[in-house]
Design a protein around this ligand. Structure first.
Ligand code: ATP
Ligand code: MG
Length: 418
């Protein structure tokens, strides 16, 4: 117990951490360039927000939330998704009074869901997400989708498909729910126990079931697209028209419903076959009722959440194991106590000048220090002892070529900058 992280959590470090930083850097660039600003909301919120926002018939709320009473006896929940907190912030800070749309992103935000831990499914994972609030236009849907698509393209992710659907407005949805319930009713005995339950409460959820026996029935279910009214159809067509004009490839898949209750009209997923069964890397859609549901004004909004772990798993599966190429500008070795003390200050000052400098903080022998310098990929090295300090002269060694040059101690920066 003591030496093992809780089930469904993991440590990120080493070469993998570097890969995260790289991906995060690209995400920030794409977002800033698209006029999307970062927001950081609390990791926990009042439980009520998720009950309202995410929906009481969803798996997340029913089975997956980390909910507890705090010492003040308030019900608190660790965020199981990113959108509800942002909807709350939008209302709380009167963002509807600012020029619309409000375009926000969150990056590597920890998300908590009590799920069966397996490859690509953790209990604490991390999401990058984008929310665009304040527009009902299909252009906003296309803009949101284009951000995810551009990230995937920039990272060179292969074998990934954008699947698009529309769930229509609540009126269309109720027409569809009726049809779907009839269809499911005829096949109910073949469904899994959870789906039997969903049939009553929220038949749409059945389409999202991952059980094979349910999937085999669902494939013949009526299509939601046949139930869309004129306006919702036109909206969906416009989204497709804009994406096509942008050169973004997609397939329309009427079985995509997403796991959250708040979606209206457009929903989408980016799915890959590279990482096994948990292949949905990114999912999102329009949620025109959420702000209102949470106590704000009627506000059109669209967004997505992208699982960082699944994205990185995909990159690793396609490009091979992440490898760390160590690199340091210089290693400042030491002999004797004066050299040891001096080397600390020299390394410190070089770092202040922007160089990646390392020195001995462990107490290695000179031979071991040079071995270490090699291991960390130092391009140059010096060794400081009494003679070097007294004569203000060091032998700067180029670790690649083996060339040695006598220079002044104060001139290290000048030489390694070349
Ligand atoms: P799934 O169908 O795989 O359960 P979901 O519909 O619950 O996914 P969302 O709530 O839309 O997923 O979350 C967006 C993204 O977050 C997913 O596409 C996925 O990449 C990632 N994600 C969701 N749940 C987990 C998890 N338990 N562990 C790791 N990543 C996850
Ligand atoms: Mg899920």
């Amino acid at each position: 117990m003591l030496t093992q992280a809780p089930r469904g959590t993991r440590d990120i470090f080493g070469a993998e951490m570097k890969e995260w930083h790289k991906v995060e850097g690209i995400i920030r660039e794409i977002c800033e360039n698209s006029g999307i600003e970062e927001i950081r909301t609390p990791i926990f919120e009042h439980t009520e927000l998720f009950l309202r926002g995410v929906g009481e018939t969803t798996d997340i709320v029913n089975k997956e939330m980390y909910t507890f009473n705090d010492k003040g006896d308030r019900s608190i929940t660790l965020r199981p998704e990113g959108t509800a907190g942002i909807a709350r912030a939008y209302i709380e800070h009167g963002m509807h009074n600012m020029p619309q749309p409000i375009k926000l992103y969150y990056l590597s935000s920890p998300i908590f869901r009590y799920e069966k831990a397996q490859a690509g499914r953790q209990r604490q994972f991390h999401q990058f997400g984008v929310e665009m609030l304040g527009s009902f236009s299909p252009a906003q849907d296309a803009e949101a989708i284009s951000v995810a698509s551009r990230l995937i393209e920039t990272l060179g992710v292969k074998d990934i498909e954008l699947r698009l659907n529309s769930l229509g407005c609540p009126e269309c949805r109720s027409v569809y729910n009726k049809r779907l319930r009839e269809f499911i009713g005829e096949n109910i005995e073949h469904l899994c126990p959870t789906c039997k339950d969903r049939y009553e409460k929220n038949p749409l959820r059945v389409l999202d079931c991952k059980e094979e026996k349910c999937q085999s029935i669902i494939k013949d279910a009526p299509s939601v697209l046949d139930c869309l009214d004129e306006e919702c159809t036109a909206h969906f067509e416009k989204v497709q028209e804009i994406l096509t004009e942008m050169g973004i490839k997609f397939t329309v898949d009427p079985k995509i419903v997403r796991g959250l209750d708040y979606y209206t009209r457009t929903v989408f997923e980016f799915v890959t076959n590279s990482i096994g069964a948990q292949g949905t890397v990114c999912g999102g859609g329009r949620y025109d009722k959420l702000i209102e549901e949470c106590g704000g004004q009627v506000t059109g909004a669209v967004g997505f959440g992208l699982g960082m772990e699944r994205l990185l798993l995909t990159l690793e599966a396609q490009n091979g194991k992440f490898c760390d190429e160590p690199y340091k500008d210089i290693y400042i070795g030491a002999i004797g106590d004066r050299g040891f003390v001096k080397s600390q200050a020299v390394a410190y000052n070089l770092r202040k000048e922007g160089f990646k400098a390392e020195c001995d903080t462990v107490g290695r022998s000179v031979k071991a220090q040079m071995k270490y310098a090699n291991k960390i990929g130092a391009k140059y090295s010096v060794i400081l002892g009494d003679r070097e300090i007294d004569e203000d002269s060091v032998s700067l060694k180029n670790m690649e070529t083996g060339d040695v040059q006598e220079i002044k101690l104060s001139e290290i920066a000048k030489y390694i900058a070349k």
